[in-house]
Design a protein around this ligand. Sequence first.
Ligand code: NDP
Length: 495
Amino acid sequence: MSQVPVLASVDTFLRGPLGSFVDGQSVIEAEQPSLAVVDPSSGKPLTELREASPALVAQAVVSARRAFEHAWGSTTPYQRGVLLNRLADLIEANGEELAQLESLSSGKSIHLTRQLEVPQSVAFLRYFAGWASKITGQTMTPSLPSLHGEQYAAFTRREAVGVVAGITPWNFSLMIGIWKIGSALTCGCSVVIKPSEFTPLSLLRLAQLAVDAGIPPGTLNVVNGRGAVGQQLIAHPQVAKVSFTGSVPTGVAVGKAAFDANLTRVTLELGGKNPAAFLADVDVEAAVQGIVQTAYVHQGQVCAAPERLYIHRSKVEAICAGLAERLGQMQVGHAMDEAAQFGPLANQTHHRKIVALLDQARSRGQVMCGGNALPGPGYFVEPTLLLAQGADDPFMREETFGPIVCVQPFDDEEELVRLMNDSPFGLGASVWTNDLSKAMRLIPRIEAGTVWINMHTFLDPAVPFGGVKGSGVGREFGSAFIDDYTELKSVMMRF
Ligand code: NDP
């Protein structure tokens, strides 16, 4: 196994000094505490950066507000589209550097950052850029009385809400950051983004690329630090909207804090406990392939990944045997190893949590495949398949956000629907079948923001994405995001 050589530009970037990016420039506050960024493949420090002080966070919001009122706010929709496309070009041109920064800090395989995260970041940004000149209101004819021949007209305008605070997690920092940045900037909003403390590097580099693309200083700011930085952003009176992706408890706290701050608008994308259902007619090989591709990618650290598998009793044995064989063959290795099919968990805290869950699963006798921590250095565990001990099994109810997938047999469709919906969450769900009419009958009965048929987790910029029930508030992508980043103003006229 051989690792991809680290680019000279990545090496230089890692040498720092690093901090935040505010008002068009890198800001390193030497007196501030430093935050270590660790390579989860080795457990060794990669670099460190200075946490943003409260004064710098406030300065970032003021700078974003200034850009919203002047430089960015005064660009035409066409110019905004051109500048966002230029940023997409620069992401593409610097793709290997961004892929390496992301893989080194998150443990995501270099294959995945090269083939998925960087190209998808470009694709999403270009999609959002296309919307800049297509955001419109409507015209209406009021039915008010006309006593003296007067007439009425009415129309609506979509107006950018202002400064958006983006708070992002550690699993797909660049891509999830782009979802927030692209949505906000194309609508005419400006952004202050707080990356996860574990993976702050790629968005820091992106902010520099935005300036290189000609996006005015202050339009995109990045403030680094822990949760307190996010809290300060939410509380700031000049932040008009918060867009958050992360865990359910933090998301609920973010929603409450935003409401308390200023009735600040929120979009919350919170993950869940996504079910995948395999009906009696399913092709076993397609099912095995689909589960390996979607449940174990990035070691299961994907908010929409399936963690609950409901398999028709007639297919349980064959699918589980196929899975055990495929998972047992997976090549585990460093994120920068092109041959590795399965890497480390993203950080030590998460590794500890997953190792404790595996201990529990082993002690309960549930393990069908995997189930062990792997020796370090680095935060490795085995890809794991469990058999559920009834519908109340914690492995069928609580999100692990790791490579732990739990199987429960079902016998009929009524039971299946009840089991799939028996969850406080509702982000994504999938049904695997060749029977179109069965699939079409199930789709409206499944409580989820997205239902996939014969696929799972795939996202596309044209298709809205978000959760129902405890999985979130609001929608990203499609045209749905426009409602969340603009305010609707009504205008009525008498003439
Ligand atoms: P969190 O939800 O804790 O963090 C997400 C982001 O919010 C990070 O930038 C974090 O900063 C920030 N944050 C933390 N506390 C606050 C706060 N009080 N106010 C504002 N911002 C805050 O997720 P973690 O990164 O700790 O991951 C833990 C769990 O979250 C995972 O095990 C998984 O279950 C889930 N998760 C879900 C994701 C999804 O895509 N839906 C993605 C990643 C994680 P900091 O990093 O400094 O704590």
